[in-house]
Ligand binder design. Structure first.
Ligand code: SIN
Length: 344
């Protein structure tokens, strides 16, 4: 009787497990290096950590529509927003295991696996969106995408969110002294951690989905983020002091599992690449507009805004200069030199 109950429980748990986990085996494409035509009914599971109404969420949705339309419904893109499947901490490993086929982590989060990407975390590297686009659409962008292959990932391209601003709970952040003794939430990135320390704050590496809880528990005082993320997550209600510092950029590498990509037919690859190109061009315009619109909504709400003056910016730059000095000593420093030759 006991053996019977244990066996029944084991079967039940197995059945629940199979129901809960995305069943990916049935979607794995037939691998044939000779194949040219469309793969038969293919599903791409695409996980990300933000809400649907954000630059990344909306671009992912547009990408899905384009792929499905261009493939006549043969390729299906299943979206998992809001970290409902995987969060910042485990999405990269899930991609490498092919548990999902696509993710779009921030540049900062990619830099943990591929340090070359940390160059994009350096403060005040880019003057405006045009510079970011010029660099990422050129040889530097190609080089960054290629670095992913050794880690089992295919880089499909870049999506932008925008410039990061500083945001605080109790008082405005105008000079480095204002960061003293503050707990600062950072994304997982060695440069961002060092940036917080140079400013005088204590870095707290917190996954995006946990930031609001930590704010409520008084575990963090300040953070940096884009206006659209600040708005969509209602951070401005708990951290009402926003410094328009434009000190760093937040964007995404759009990544696919490399074996999955290699197994696709030439036609499927063409459809995905064309959809990426179209979605990325749209993303750049839309993200800019979304940040502007969300700024207006927060102004209307009564949020405090301060635009960093030229003198204040110079003080921040001086404080953060060691990040550049340190980067130039790294084995992958050439990527910074390449960027510096193309910007302001
Ligand atoms: C994201 O936009 O994907 C999240 C950014 C963050 O972790 O602050």
């Amino acid at each position: 009787m006991r053996t019977y109950i244990i066996s029944a429980l084991a079967i039940l748990m197995l059945a629940i497990g199979m129901f809960m986990l995305p069943n990916l085996a049935q979607h794995t494409p037939y691998i044939d290096s000779e194949q040219q035509g469309l793969d038969e009914q293919l599903t791409i599971h695409f996980s990300h950590v933000v809400a649907e109404n954000t630059p990344k969420g909306r671009t992912a949705l547009y990408f899905k529509e384009l792929v499905e339309e261009k493939s006549g419904g043969q390729i299906h893109v299943e979206l998992y927003p809001n970290g409902m499947l995987y969060n910042d901490e485990n999405e990269m490993a899930a991609l490498q295991r092919n548990d999902v086929q696509m993710i779009a982590p921030t540049y900062s989060k990619i830099s943990n696996d591929v340090p070359e990407w940390s160059v994009l975390d350096l403060p005040f590297l880019f003057k405006d969106e045009a510079e970011i686009e010029r660099v990422l659409h050129g040889a530097v962008g190609e080089e960054l995408l290629e670095t992913l292959e050794a880690k089992g990932m295919k880089g499909l391209g870049f999506w932008q969110n925008g410039f990061k601003q500083m945001i605080a709970k109790e008082s405005p952040l105008l000079s480095p002294a204002d960061f003293n003794d503050k707990q600062m939430r950072t994304m997982s990135s060695s440069i961002l951690e060092m940036q917080a320390k140079l400013l005088g704050a204590t870095p707290q590496d917190v996954s995006f989905d946990a930031v609001n809880t930590l704010l409520e528990q008084d575990g963090i005082d300040i953070q940096e983020n884009t206006l659209s993320n600040i708005y969509s997550k209602s951070f401005y209600k708990k951290e009402p002091y926003i410094t328009l510092s434009n000190h760093g950029i937040l964007g995404y590498g759009v990544l696919m599992n490399k074996s999955f990509w290699d197994g696709l037919s030439a036609e499927s690859k063409g459809i995905i690449a064309a959809s990426m190109e179209q979605a990325s061009a749209w993303n750049e315009r839309m993200a800019r507009k979304m940040n502007e619109d969300d700024y207006e909504k927060m102004v209307a709400y009564g949020t405090y805004f301060h635009a960093l003056s030229a003198q204040e910016k110079a003080r921040w730059q001086k404080t953060l200069q060691p990040l550049y000095d340190d980067f130039h000593t790294q084995s992958y420093h050439k990527i910074l030199t390449d960027i510096e030759q193309q910007v302001h």
